[in-house]
Design a protein around this ligand. Structure first.
Ligand SMILES: CC(C)(COP(=O)(O)OP(=O)(O)OC[C@H]1O[C@@H](n2cnc3c(N)ncnc32)[C@H](O)[C@@H]1OP(=O)(O)O)[C@@H](O)C(=O)NCCC(=O)NCCS
Length: 380
Protein backbone atom coordinates (compact mmCIF):
# COMPACT_ATOMS: atom_id res chain seq x y z
CA UNK A 1 0.00 0.00 0.00
CA UNK A 2 1.30 3.48 -0.85
CA UNK A 3 2.22 5.92 1.92
CA UNK A 4 1.22 9.56 2.31
CA UNK A 5 4.01 11.70 0.86
CA UNK A 6 4.75 9.13 -1.85
CA UNK A 7 7.29 10.37 -4.42
CA UNK A 8 5.72 10.94 -7.80
CA UNK A 9 2.42 12.25 -6.43
CA UNK A 10 1.88 15.81 -7.66
CA UNK A 11 0.56 17.34 -4.44
CA UNK A 12 -1.41 20.48 -5.29
CA UNK A 13 -0.90 19.53 -8.97
CA UNK A 14 2.25 21.69 -9.02
CA UNK A 15 3.93 21.54 -12.41
CA UNK A 16 1.35 19.15 -13.87
CA UNK A 17 0.32 20.22 -17.37
CA UNK A 18 -3.36 19.35 -17.84
CA UNK A 19 -4.36 21.06 -21.09
CA UNK A 20 -3.37 23.40 -23.92
CA UNK A 21 -4.31 27.05 -23.68
CA UNK A 22 -3.81 30.19 -25.73
CA UNK A 23 -5.25 32.60 -23.17
CA UNK A 24 -2.45 33.32 -20.75
CA UNK A 25 1.21 32.56 -20.10
CA UNK A 26 3.14 33.10 -16.86
CA UNK A 27 6.93 32.93 -16.74
CA UNK A 28 7.24 32.27 -13.01
CA UNK A 29 11.01 32.43 -12.70
CA UNK A 30 11.25 35.75 -14.52
CA UNK A 31 8.04 37.35 -13.31
CA UNK A 32 6.43 37.89 -16.71
CA UNK A 33 2.74 37.58 -17.57
CA UNK A 34 0.97 37.65 -20.94
CA UNK A 35 -2.68 37.74 -21.97
CA UNK A 36 -2.94 36.31 -25.51
CA UNK A 37 0.71 37.17 -26.04
CA UNK A 38 0.55 40.78 -24.78
CA UNK A 39 2.73 41.73 -21.83
CA UNK A 40 0.64 42.67 -18.80
CA UNK A 41 2.80 45.75 -18.12
CA UNK A 42 1.85 47.16 -21.52
CA UNK A 43 -1.80 46.18 -21.19
CA UNK A 44 -2.01 47.83 -17.76
CA UNK A 45 -0.51 51.03 -19.10
CA UNK A 46 -2.34 51.27 -22.40
CA UNK A 47 -5.63 49.34 -22.22
CA UNK A 48 -9.03 49.69 -20.65
CA UNK A 49 -10.79 46.75 -19.01
CA UNK A 50 -13.26 46.66 -21.91
CA UNK A 51 -10.38 46.16 -24.37
CA UNK A 52 -9.14 43.28 -22.20
CA UNK A 53 -12.64 41.79 -22.19
CA UNK A 54 -12.54 41.71 -25.99
CA UNK A 55 -8.98 40.34 -25.97
CA UNK A 56 -9.84 37.51 -23.59
CA UNK A 57 -13.19 36.56 -25.10
CA UNK A 58 -12.26 36.95 -28.77
CA UNK A 59 -8.52 36.32 -28.68
CA UNK A 60 -7.45 39.65 -30.18
CA UNK A 61 -7.34 43.32 -29.23
CA UNK A 62 -10.38 45.17 -30.58
CA UNK A 63 -10.23 47.82 -33.27
CA UNK A 64 -12.27 51.00 -32.70
CA UNK A 65 -15.58 49.65 -33.90
CA UNK A 66 -15.12 46.31 -32.08
CA UNK A 67 -14.37 48.20 -28.88
CA UNK A 68 -17.47 50.34 -29.36
CA UNK A 69 -19.47 47.14 -29.82
CA UNK A 70 -18.13 45.42 -26.69
CA UNK A 71 -18.82 48.57 -24.64
CA UNK A 72 -22.35 48.61 -26.07
CA UNK A 73 -22.78 44.91 -25.28
CA UNK A 74 -21.70 45.38 -21.66
CA UNK A 75 -23.92 48.44 -21.19
CA UNK A 76 -26.80 46.59 -22.84
CA UNK A 77 -26.42 43.71 -20.35
CA UNK A 78 -26.56 45.97 -17.28
CA UNK A 79 -29.57 45.96 -14.98
CA UNK A 80 -29.98 43.30 -12.30
CA UNK A 81 -33.05 41.07 -12.62
CA UNK A 82 -35.55 41.36 -9.72
CA UNK A 83 -34.85 37.80 -8.59
CA UNK A 84 -31.16 38.59 -8.14
CA UNK A 85 -31.96 41.86 -6.36
CA UNK A 86 -34.16 39.91 -3.97
CA UNK A 87 -31.30 37.48 -3.24
CA UNK A 88 -29.04 40.40 -2.33
CA UNK A 89 -31.68 42.24 -0.29
CA UNK A 90 -32.64 39.13 1.65
CA UNK A 91 -29.06 38.27 2.66
CA UNK A 92 -28.47 38.87 6.38
CA UNK A 93 -26.32 41.93 7.13
CA UNK A 94 -23.88 39.57 8.84
CA UNK A 95 -23.35 37.54 5.66
CA UNK A 96 -20.00 37.49 3.88
CA UNK A 97 -19.97 39.54 0.63
CA UNK A 98 -18.31 36.70 -1.33
CA UNK A 99 -21.15 34.39 -0.23
CA UNK A 100 -23.68 36.90 -1.52
CA UNK A 101 -21.78 37.21 -4.81
CA UNK A 102 -21.59 33.42 -5.23
CA UNK A 103 -25.32 33.04 -4.51
CA UNK A 104 -26.23 35.93 -6.82
CA UNK A 105 -24.02 34.51 -9.60
CA UNK A 106 -25.93 31.28 -9.27
CA UNK A 107 -29.26 33.14 -9.29
CA UNK A 108 -28.29 34.84 -12.56
CA UNK A 109 -28.72 31.44 -14.24
CA UNK A 110 -32.39 31.41 -13.21
CA UNK A 111 -33.03 34.66 -15.04
CA UNK A 112 -31.03 33.91 -18.19
CA UNK A 113 -33.47 34.17 -21.11
CA UNK A 114 -31.91 31.12 -22.80
CA UNK A 115 -29.74 29.17 -20.32
CA UNK A 116 -29.31 26.17 -22.64
CA UNK A 117 -27.97 28.22 -25.55
CA UNK A 118 -24.53 26.69 -26.13
CA UNK A 119 -23.71 28.38 -29.41
CA UNK A 120 -20.67 30.69 -29.72
CA UNK A 121 -23.05 33.68 -29.57
CA UNK A 122 -24.82 32.22 -26.53
CA UNK A 123 -21.55 31.74 -24.65
CA UNK A 124 -20.42 35.29 -25.49
CA UNK A 125 -23.79 36.69 -24.38
CA UNK A 126 -23.61 34.85 -21.04
CA UNK A 127 -20.01 35.96 -20.48
CA UNK A 128 -20.94 39.60 -21.16
CA UNK A 129 -23.98 39.30 -18.90
CA UNK A 130 -21.84 38.03 -16.02
CA UNK A 131 -19.20 40.72 -16.64
CA UNK A 132 -21.86 43.48 -16.71
CA UNK A 133 -23.73 42.27 -13.66
CA UNK A 134 -20.92 41.34 -11.25
CA UNK A 135 -20.12 44.99 -10.41
CA UNK A 136 -23.81 45.66 -9.89
CA UNK A 137 -24.14 42.74 -7.49
CA UNK A 138 -21.10 43.82 -5.48
CA UNK A 139 -22.14 47.48 -5.41
CA UNK A 140 -25.75 46.73 -4.51
CA UNK A 141 -24.73 44.39 -1.69
CA UNK A 142 -22.24 46.99 -0.44
CA UNK A 143 -24.90 49.69 -0.27
CA UNK A 144 -27.81 47.58 0.98
CA UNK A 145 -25.86 46.31 3.97
CA UNK A 146 -25.13 49.93 4.87
CA UNK A 147 -28.81 50.78 4.70
CA UNK A 148 -28.30 52.83 1.52
CA UNK A 149 -30.35 52.73 -1.68
CA UNK A 150 -28.70 50.88 -4.59
CA UNK A 151 -27.44 53.15 -7.37
CA UNK A 152 -28.47 52.35 -10.95
CA UNK A 153 -25.67 52.09 -13.56
CA UNK A 154 -24.59 55.33 -15.25
CA UNK A 155 -25.01 55.12 -19.02
CA UNK A 156 -22.15 57.51 -19.75
CA UNK A 157 -19.53 55.77 -17.64
CA UNK A 158 -17.17 52.96 -18.57
CA UNK A 159 -16.92 49.72 -16.63
CA UNK A 160 -14.46 50.80 -13.90
CA UNK A 161 -15.88 54.30 -13.39
CA UNK A 162 -19.43 52.96 -13.32
CA UNK A 163 -18.45 50.40 -10.67
CA UNK A 164 -17.09 53.17 -8.41
CA UNK A 165 -20.17 55.27 -9.17
CA UNK A 166 -22.50 52.45 -8.13
CA UNK A 167 -20.49 51.90 -4.93
CA UNK A 168 -20.31 55.53 -3.81
CA UNK A 169 -23.26 57.15 -5.56
CA UNK A 170 -21.06 59.92 -6.98
CA UNK A 171 -19.04 60.06 -10.18
CA UNK A 172 -15.40 59.17 -9.46
CA UNK A 173 -12.56 61.50 -10.36
CA UNK A 174 -10.35 60.61 -13.33
CA UNK A 175 -7.53 59.27 -11.14
CA UNK A 176 -9.76 56.95 -9.10
CA UNK A 177 -11.47 55.67 -12.26
CA UNK A 178 -8.13 54.99 -13.95
CA UNK A 179 -6.76 53.25 -10.83
CA UNK A 180 -9.78 50.95 -10.71
CA UNK A 181 -9.51 50.33 -14.46
CA UNK A 182 -5.85 49.31 -14.10
CA UNK A 183 -6.69 47.06 -11.13
CA UNK A 184 -9.39 45.37 -13.22
CA UNK A 185 -6.99 44.86 -16.15
CA UNK A 186 -4.37 43.34 -13.83
CA UNK A 187 -6.75 40.90 -12.14
CA UNK A 188 -8.60 39.80 -15.28
CA UNK A 189 -6.74 36.59 -16.01
CA UNK A 190 -4.05 34.32 -14.60
CA UNK A 191 -3.94 30.96 -16.36
CA UNK A 192 -4.85 27.74 -14.48
CA UNK A 193 -5.08 29.20 -10.97
CA UNK A 194 -7.37 27.57 -8.39
CA UNK A 195 -10.60 29.39 -9.27
CA UNK A 196 -10.06 29.17 -13.04
CA UNK A 197 -9.25 25.49 -12.80
CA UNK A 198 -12.42 25.05 -10.74
CA UNK A 199 -14.37 26.75 -13.53
CA UNK A 200 -12.73 24.51 -16.14
CA UNK A 201 -13.45 21.34 -14.14
CA UNK A 202 -17.13 22.30 -13.93
CA UNK A 203 -17.29 23.33 -17.60
CA UNK A 204 -15.63 20.05 -18.62
CA UNK A 205 -18.64 18.09 -17.34
CA UNK A 206 -20.68 20.07 -19.93
CA UNK A 207 -22.41 21.90 -17.11
CA UNK A 208 -23.09 25.61 -17.75
CA UNK A 209 -21.19 28.88 -17.47
CA UNK A 210 -23.14 30.07 -14.40
CA UNK A 211 -22.29 26.89 -12.48
CA UNK A 212 -18.64 27.23 -13.48
CA UNK A 213 -18.50 30.89 -12.43
CA UNK A 214 -20.36 30.31 -9.15
CA UNK A 215 -17.88 27.52 -8.33
CA UNK A 216 -14.98 29.79 -9.25
CA UNK A 217 -16.26 32.51 -6.91
CA UNK A 218 -16.26 29.92 -4.11
CA UNK A 219 -12.64 28.99 -4.89
CA UNK A 220 -11.52 32.62 -5.12
CA UNK A 221 -12.94 33.35 -1.67
CA UNK A 222 -10.24 31.35 0.14
CA UNK A 223 -7.44 33.30 1.88
CA UNK A 224 -4.77 31.33 -0.01
CA UNK A 225 -6.26 32.69 -3.27
CA UNK A 226 -8.27 35.89 -3.80
CA UNK A 227 -9.13 36.23 -0.12
CA UNK A 228 -5.53 37.28 0.53
CA UNK A 229 -6.12 40.96 -0.34
CA UNK A 230 -8.53 41.35 2.58
CA UNK A 231 -5.94 39.58 4.77
CA UNK A 232 -3.26 42.08 3.68
CA UNK A 233 -5.13 45.15 4.86
CA UNK A 234 -6.04 43.42 8.12
CA UNK A 235 -2.34 42.71 8.63
CA UNK A 236 -1.39 46.34 7.94
CA UNK A 237 -4.07 47.62 10.31
CA UNK A 238 -3.02 45.13 12.98
CA UNK A 239 0.62 46.23 12.70
CA UNK A 240 -0.65 49.79 12.90
CA UNK A 241 2.59 51.77 12.87
CA UNK A 242 5.89 51.51 10.96
CA UNK A 243 7.79 50.99 14.24
CA UNK A 244 5.84 47.78 14.91
CA UNK A 245 6.69 46.10 11.60
CA UNK A 246 10.00 44.47 12.56
CA UNK A 247 8.93 42.97 15.93
CA UNK A 248 5.55 41.93 14.51
CA UNK A 249 7.09 40.15 11.54
CA UNK A 250 9.88 38.54 13.55
CA UNK A 251 7.39 37.10 16.02
CA UNK A 252 4.94 35.86 13.39
CA UNK A 253 7.56 34.36 11.09
CA UNK A 254 8.85 32.16 13.93
CA UNK A 255 5.72 30.08 13.47
CA UNK A 256 6.44 27.80 10.47
CA UNK A 257 2.75 27.52 9.63
CA UNK A 258 2.18 31.30 9.50
CA UNK A 259 1.44 32.73 6.06
CA UNK A 260 1.95 36.42 5.48
CA UNK A 261 -0.92 37.44 3.22
CA UNK A 262 0.06 38.95 -0.12
CA UNK A 263 3.44 37.15 -0.24
CA UNK A 264 4.57 34.05 -2.07
CA UNK A 265 3.08 32.43 -5.10
CA UNK A 266 2.61 28.94 -6.48
CA UNK A 267 4.07 29.98 -9.86
CA UNK A 268 6.12 33.20 -9.42
CA UNK A 269 9.46 32.68 -7.78
CA UNK A 270 10.21 36.39 -8.02
CA UNK A 271 8.21 39.62 -7.95
CA UNK A 272 4.73 39.28 -9.47
CA UNK A 273 4.64 41.83 -12.35
CA UNK A 274 1.15 42.90 -11.29
CA UNK A 275 2.59 43.94 -7.91
CA UNK A 276 5.06 46.23 -9.71
CA UNK A 277 2.16 48.16 -11.28
CA UNK A 278 -0.03 48.16 -8.18
CA UNK A 279 2.87 49.41 -6.07
CA UNK A 280 3.00 52.52 -8.27
CA UNK A 281 -0.75 53.01 -7.86
CA UNK A 282 -0.57 52.47 -4.10
CA UNK A 283 2.02 55.26 -3.87
CA UNK A 284 0.14 57.52 -6.28
CA UNK A 285 -3.22 57.01 -4.55
CA UNK A 286 -1.60 57.65 -1.15
CA UNK A 287 -0.08 60.90 -2.44
CA UNK A 288 -3.42 62.00 -3.95
CA UNK A 289 -5.22 61.24 -0.68
CA UNK A 290 -2.52 62.87 1.45
CA UNK A 291 -1.51 59.72 3.33
CA UNK A 292 1.32 57.50 2.19
CA UNK A 293 1.61 55.63 5.50
CA UNK A 294 0.08 52.37 4.27
CA UNK A 295 2.16 52.44 1.11
CA UNK A 296 5.34 53.12 3.08
CA UNK A 297 4.59 50.35 5.54
CA UNK A 298 3.92 47.96 2.65
CA UNK A 299 7.20 48.95 1.04
CA UNK A 300 9.09 48.30 4.30
CA UNK A 301 7.48 44.88 4.66
CA UNK A 302 8.43 44.08 1.05
CA UNK A 303 12.07 44.99 1.73
CA UNK A 304 12.20 42.92 4.92
CA UNK A 305 10.68 39.86 3.26
CA UNK A 306 13.05 40.22 0.31
CA UNK A 307 16.03 40.40 2.65
CA UNK A 308 15.30 37.06 4.37
CA UNK A 309 17.49 34.01 3.90
CA UNK A 310 14.59 32.53 1.91
CA UNK A 311 13.21 35.64 0.19
CA UNK A 312 9.49 36.05 -0.36
CA UNK A 313 8.04 38.53 -2.86
CA UNK A 314 4.71 40.37 -3.03
CA UNK A 315 1.94 38.98 -5.20
CA UNK A 316 -0.99 40.83 -6.81
CA UNK A 317 -2.87 41.06 -3.51
CA UNK A 318 -0.20 42.93 -1.59
CA UNK A 319 -0.33 46.43 -3.09
CA UNK A 320 -3.93 46.21 -4.25
CA UNK A 321 -4.96 46.19 -0.58
CA UNK A 322 -3.36 49.54 0.33
CA UNK A 323 -4.49 51.03 -2.99
CA UNK A 324 -8.15 50.13 -2.36
CA UNK A 325 -7.92 51.21 1.28
CA UNK A 326 -6.71 54.65 0.28
CA UNK A 327 -9.51 54.84 -2.28
CA UNK A 328 -11.89 54.63 0.68
CA UNK A 329 -13.00 51.06 -0.02
CA UNK A 330 -13.64 48.74 2.95
CA UNK A 331 -11.67 45.46 3.28
CA UNK A 332 -14.67 43.16 2.92
CA UNK A 333 -15.15 44.08 -0.73
CA UNK A 334 -11.54 43.60 -1.88
CA UNK A 335 -12.07 39.97 -2.83
CA UNK A 336 -15.40 40.76 -4.56
CA UNK A 337 -13.52 43.44 -6.57
CA UNK A 338 -11.08 40.71 -7.65
CA UNK A 339 -14.09 38.65 -8.82
CA UNK A 340 -15.57 41.63 -10.70
CA UNK A 341 -12.42 41.58 -12.81
CA UNK A 342 -11.60 37.85 -12.94
CA UNK A 343 -15.07 36.88 -14.18
CA UNK A 344 -13.87 37.57 -17.73
CA UNK A 345 -10.93 35.19 -17.29
CA UNK A 346 -13.23 32.48 -15.97
CA UNK A 347 -15.60 32.95 -18.89
CA UNK A 348 -12.73 32.83 -21.41
CA UNK A 349 -11.49 29.56 -19.90
CA UNK A 350 -14.98 28.03 -19.83
CA UNK A 351 -15.30 28.82 -23.55
CA UNK A 352 -11.82 27.45 -24.32
CA UNK A 353 -12.47 24.31 -22.26
CA UNK A 354 -15.69 23.42 -24.00
CA UNK A 355 -14.35 24.07 -27.46
CA UNK A 356 -11.80 21.23 -27.06
CA UNK A 357 -13.26 19.39 -24.12
CA UNK A 358 -12.07 16.38 -22.17
CA UNK A 359 -13.67 15.49 -18.85
CA UNK A 360 -11.18 16.30 -16.07
CA UNK A 361 -10.68 13.27 -13.89
CA UNK A 362 -7.31 12.89 -12.15
CA UNK A 363 -6.16 9.78 -10.29
CA UNK A 364 -5.40 9.55 -6.55
CA UNK A 365 -2.75 7.80 -4.47
CA UNK A 366 -4.90 5.51 -2.28
CA UNK A 367 -3.37 5.24 1.19
CA UNK A 368 -6.23 3.34 2.85
CA UNK A 369 -6.71 -0.39 3.30
CA UNK A 370 -8.47 -2.94 1.08
CA UNK A 371 -10.28 -6.24 1.69
CA UNK A 372 -11.13 -5.45 5.31
CA UNK A 373 -13.47 -8.06 6.78
CA UNK A 374 -17.01 -6.67 6.95
CA UNK A 375 -18.23 -6.25 10.54
CA UNK A 376 -21.92 -6.84 11.23
CA UNK A 377 -23.81 -4.01 12.99
CA UNK A 378 -24.13 -5.91 16.29
CA UNK A 379 -20.39 -6.50 16.41
CA UNK A 380 -19.24 -2.90 15.77
C1 LIG B 1 0.24 31.44 -2.47
C2 LIG B 1 0.78 30.28 -1.65
C3 LIG B 1 -0.38 29.40 -1.19
C4 LIG B 1 1.71 29.48 -2.55
O1 LIG B 1 2.17 28.46 -1.81
P1 LIG B 1 3.12 27.28 -2.33
O2 LIG B 1 3.60 27.48 -3.67
O3 LIG B 1 2.38 26.04 -2.06
O4 LIG B 1 4.31 27.47 -1.41
P2 LIG B 1 4.47 26.80 -0.01
O5 LIG B 1 3.28 27.09 0.85
O6 LIG B 1 4.84 25.38 -0.25
O7 LIG B 1 5.68 27.58 0.55
C5 LIG B 1 7.01 27.37 0.16
C6 LIG B 1 7.86 27.94 1.26
O8 LIG B 1 7.67 29.35 1.33
C7 LIG B 1 7.08 29.71 2.56
N1 LIG B 1 6.00 30.66 2.26
C8 LIG B 1 5.36 30.79 1.09
N2 LIG B 1 4.47 31.78 1.17
C9 LIG B 1 4.57 32.27 2.42
C10 LIG B 1 3.94 33.31 3.09
N3 LIG B 1 3.01 34.05 2.48
N4 LIG B 1 4.27 33.57 4.36
C11 LIG B 1 5.20 32.82 4.98
N5 LIG B 1 5.87 31.83 4.39
C12 LIG B 1 5.57 31.55 3.12
C13 LIG B 1 6.55 28.44 3.18
O9 LIG B 1 6.58 28.51 4.58
C14 LIG B 1 7.50 27.41 2.63
O10 LIG B 1 8.65 27.43 3.42
P3 LIG B 1 9.51 26.09 3.69
O11 LIG B 1 10.08 25.72 2.34
O12 LIG B 1 10.51 26.52 4.68
O13 LIG B 1 8.53 25.08 4.20
C15 LIG B 1 1.58 30.78 -0.43
O14 LIG B 1 2.66 31.56 -0.86
C16 LIG B 1 0.71 31.56 0.54
O15 LIG B 1 0.04 30.97 1.38
N6 LIG B 1 0.71 32.94 0.43
C17 LIG B 1 -0.12 33.74 1.28
C18 LIG B 1 -1.52 33.84 0.70
C19 LIG B 1 -1.56 34.70 -0.53
O16 LIG B 1 -1.03 35.79 -0.58
N7 LIG B 1 -2.27 34.20 -1.55
C20 LIG B 1 -2.48 34.90 -2.78
C21 LIG B 1 -1.72 34.24 -3.89
S1 LIG B 1 -1.88 35.22 -5.37
Amino acid sequence: MAEAGTPGVAYGLRGVVVDDTRICKIFGEEGRLYYYGYNILELAERCSYEEVVHLLLKGRLPNKSELAQVIKDIKGARGLPYGVRDVIKSAPKTSIPMDVLRTAASALALTDPDPKDDTDEGRYRKAIRLIAQFPEIVAMDYRVRRGEEPVAPHDDLGHAANFLYMLHGTEPGKDAARTMDVALVLHAEHSFNASTFTARVIAATLSDMYSAVAGAVGALKGPLHGGANEGVIKTLLEIGEPANIKPWLEKKMQDKSFRLMGFGHAVYKTLDPRAIVLKKYSKKTGEERGTTKWYEMSEQIEQMMKGREKPLYPNVDFYSASTYYMMGLPPEIYTPIFAVSRVVGWAAHVIEQITHNKLIRPAANYIGEVDKPFVAMEAR
